[in-house]
Design a protein around this ligand. Structure first.
Ligand SMILES: Cc1ncc(COP(=O)(O)O)c(C=O)c1O
Length: 615
């Protein structure tokens, strides 16, 4: 992006021909000759051959399984449509799992982020700022401006936000700051009718291009809004038809509509926005009978209709990750209610919220990899104290017994990211089924069931902690204080015995530890993991000496078992990609660690600034 002056220079070198321009907007468009029947997406088959009993025995229940091969195959199909992976912007909201983000980042895709937190996650996973877009109806101006300055993309959702950005650009110009070089897109609230082929009870909730909805600037106001900009120019237009779109026509209509608006902008301002971001929305099946176009079928319908003068971007959520994740659960009870068999699983709508919100029931596999029936006299329930917590309302569970594994399919999009902590429940972590068939744990099992409840309250508020303050004499405290923490732990020492690396981002260290208490105390755990994290980070980045400060900004530590110090203590470190915090400043890294096997687990976020003074 550039200042208005630069924009004019650019338009002078790339004149917009008269034939590209349309005088009136909007025009209701027809899509002549579009076949309404095309190849359908199918329910994935990768999970049917998984050894569910072995996985359950080894990793426990309530675990996401992410299939790298399926994710890469989906990305490849989208890349065939878009031309390059960088034009596929993965909506982080669909599933912010670091494993998914890292695979997509390393495969060259881009990330679509709706909040500063999602931008941070994308950066930590290795997306560079030129492959990050920020799009939110509640966008933060400072975040948007910084991203533009560091080469990212900002999608302005309203006239008000466009004006605020333009004023920010005016201030930057006045202060002699360079024009930001990122791209500015404007979200359109299309004036064309975007409809599902088959209206469903949930359609109103998932339609994101409703004329009465909250997103974007109405088509009929776009040209005025863009031409009011003084300091900025608009590089592209964006719209998102909505989730679980069941036919290709809306995408074809939208592409033509955005192209028409872009040409109308060019007619008024002399500058053609050349990027058309068609958003996400392609649906995936949740039952054999569901009909949604495959990615290739969308391409077959869309590609011939696209104007090659524009660069087309896509933001698939469901149709990129939806079928690449399954949820492993197990049967915990079988009971009879008025003669009806209820089989109860330990996974439910706390993680599969779409069942509750939209009545989308996921396909469920039994222990043998065969799909459970979607009719029958039995019900498969979840574990929650909530009637709607039913995985399959009508099925046949006669083959299921307590302890059996089940696998819930198509749980990649809007499941982990929408999960709740109802009944104090936490997810059991995630496994990555790598493309080579190996399985690794990529996120740890969350803490005890009571943890989210315990953290959510201010304890003691009901029993007087807010009463008036009273002074306490220090000498009455000393007999209560731990001398070990106060003095003895200063004698804790550790030294490196052995070190190993696994690939570029995982390290393991054996330490000799001397401790007056005979086990690894919490402060020592932080020092051990902290130093191992620093050493790993610097090594990953290719440094041979520590020439600048590295400091922790957050810590999560769980010590489930005591770790004796009479034998070597092993610390394992896994690192995210080092994210640059802003255009030139300090960098961040997420670190996961385990100490003594899984006896202690935790994570740090650390920062460093390579320009800092040595220490
Ligand atoms: C702006 C934007 N882009 C892309 C998506 C992804 O949609 P889907 O998962 O339906 O493909 C969403 C989802 O709500 C969205 O809001």
């Amino acid at each position: 992006m550039s200042s208005r002056t630069r924009a004019r220079m650019k338009s002078a070198t790339a004149p917009v021909s008269r034939s590209m321009l349309l005088a009136a907007v909007p025009v209701e468009l027809e899509a002549p000759g579009l076949a309404s029947e095309c190849a359908s997406a199918t329910i994935e088959t990768w999970s049917r051959t998984l050894p569910l009993r072995d996985l359950l025995a080894e990793h426990g229940s309530n675990v996401w399984i992410i299939a790298e091969a399926q994710l890469r195959a989906n990305l490849a199909a989208w890349t065939r449509l878009a031309g390059t992976a960088a034009r596929i912007l993965y909506p982080v909201k669909a599933n912010p799992s670091p494993a998914i983000l890292e695979i997509l980042a390393s495969a060259g895709a881009s990330a679509e982020c709706a909040s500063p937190a999602e931008i941070l996650l994308a950066r930590l996973a290795g997306f560079t700022d030129d492959r990050i877009a920020y799009n939110s109806p509640a966008a933060d101006l400072a975040t948007a401006w910084k991203l533009l300055a560091s080469g990212g993309t900002v999608v302005a959702d309203s006239c008000e936000f466009l004006t605020a950005l333009d004023e920010r650009a005016a201030a930057a110009d006045a202060a002699g700051q360079p024009s930001p070089h990122g791209r500015l897109l404007v979200r359109v609230n299309p004036s064309i009718d975007i409809r599902y082929r088959k209206a469903e009870s949930w359609s109103d909730l998932t339609s994101h291009a409703k004329k009465s909805g909250k997103f974007g600037i109405p088509s009929e106001e776009i040209v005025d809004a863009v031409s009011r900009l003084v300091h900025l120019k608009v590089d592209g237009l964006h719209a998102h038809v909505g989730t679980q779109m069941d036919h290709v026509e809306p995408f074809v209509l939208l592409a033509a509509h955005l192209a028409q608006l872009a040409r109308a902008i060019a007619a008024r301002t002399g500058v053609l926005p050349t990027i058309l971001d068609l958003g996400g929305g392609l649906g995936i099946p949740f039952a054999e009978k569901d009909r949604f176009p495959s990615i290739d079928a969308l391409g077959d319908a869309l590609l011939p209709a696209l104007d090659p003068r524009f660069e087309h971007w896509f933001e698939p959520g469901h149709a990129l990750v939806g079928d690449a994740v399954a949820l492993l659960g197990s049967i915990v009870a079988v009971k009879s209610v008025r003669g009806k068999r209820w089989t109860i699983a330990d996974v439910g709508t706390d993680q599969l919220a779409k069942i509750t919100l939209l009545s989308w029931h996921h396909p469920v596999l039994g222990p043998d990899g065969e799909a459970l029936a979607t009719d029958g006299d039995d019900s498969l329930g979840g574990p929650l104290c909530f009637s709607g917590d039913t995985l399959l309302p009508a099925t046949d569970t006669s083959r299921l017994a307590v302890g059996d594994p089940i696998l819930v399919q198509h749980t990649g999009a809007y499941c982990a990211s929408l999960a709740s902590t109802f009944n104090g429940r936490r997810a059991g972590g995630a496994l990555l089924l790598r493309a080579d068939g190996s399985i690794v744990r990529t996120s740890p099992r969350a803490g005890g069931l009571d943890e989210p409840l315990a953290r959510g309250y201010e304890w003691g508020s009901a029993t007087g902690s807010r009463a008036a303050r009273q002074t306490i004499a220090i000498d009455t405290l000393m007999p209560l204080s731990s001398k070990v923490l106060r003095e003895d732990l200063c004698e804790e020492r550790f030294s490196y015995l052995a070190a190993r690396s696994e690939g570029t981002h995982a390290f393991e260290f054996d330490f000799a530890v001397a401790s007056p208490v005979g086990f690894v105390s919490m402060p020592l755990a932080i020092r051990l993991a902290g130093d191992a994290a620093i050493v790993s980070t610097l090594r990953m980045l290719g440094y041979t000496t520590k020439a600048f400060p590295v400091w922790g900004t957050s810590l999560d530590l769980r010590m489930g078992a005591q770790i004796p110090t009479d034998r070597p203590v092993t610390v394992r470190i896994e690192l995210s990609h080092a994210a640059r915090r802003d255009g030139a400043g300090s960098r961040r890294l997420a670190v996961r660690f385990t100490i003594g096997g899984d006896a202690a687990t935790g994570s740090f976020e650390i920062m460093f600034d390579e320009r800092g003074a040595g220490c």
